[in-house]
Design a protein around this ligand. Sequence first.
Ligand SMILES: [Zn+2]
Length: 301
Amino acid sequence: MKILPFLFLAICLTSSLAAQKPEWCKKLPRPAYSKLERVPNTDSWFEVYKIRPGVFAIYEPHQLEEVISYLIVGGEKAVLFDTGMGISNIRAVVEGLSKLPMSVVNSHTHNDHVGDNWRFSDVYGMDTDFTRVNARGSKDDAQAELAPGELCGALPAGFDAKTYATKPFHITHWLHDGDAIDLGGRTLKVIGTPGHTPDAIALLDEKNGLLFTGDSFYLGPIYLYRPETDLDAYVASMQKLAALTPHLQLLLPSHNTPVADPGYLPRVVTAIQQVRHGDVKPVITDGKHEYVFQDFSFLMR
Ligand SMILES: [Zn+2]
């Protein structure tokens, strides 16, 4: 009989949690994931998908950013393109996928992409002051990720919300636009794409027609409102990426869904130019101007 009050409490808790579920969370899983090859892993904070041979998407669906990090494996070494939120241990996940020496490269140094950088000893960073400042770590942006409405489901056991912060990390190699990282049988070219941030990059795997776009492009609202965003630079960077379209098979963006058609790149260029010419009426979303196009939008000041 003693179990009944607990059962009652459990039912109340479950139903009140369901009622509190934020709108974005109710729409998950996104339809694109049903077509992808899921790789089993033991940490339920992450979902892992095999996108191509040697290319894994590591997705964090329980936080509004729905951030995606990528493990890219060559014959001799592997690159982890971003380390996610730092809410659970991404190093344990990627070490279960590859035993090769591993380097971290960041799409840019916003908190949701560098959260677990501190766990790695080999970290590439763009040679910018923005990168150097962010490598010192910070707390406010990390804490904002836990605000009401930001979470979908449970945080990992043992996670301490009060002390959650982006931990400082050490950069061991400096990167510049045009650099190449040789993984053995696979080369990743670094394409500087300043705009979203001064240190934003895309990675091009030319041989396999893959472009990892970071936050310069993904399906969803693209954030272009922060003080570090430079719209002129963003337009130029997207033009640079769009010029690659004929050589690409797949875009692998850093939020929401890990696969997108390269045909989106020229559409983004047209769209951002229309916005800048004042040809598109915004809607106001959370006090910001959102310019909505098919499958993506720009969120601006
Ligand atoms: Zn970002």
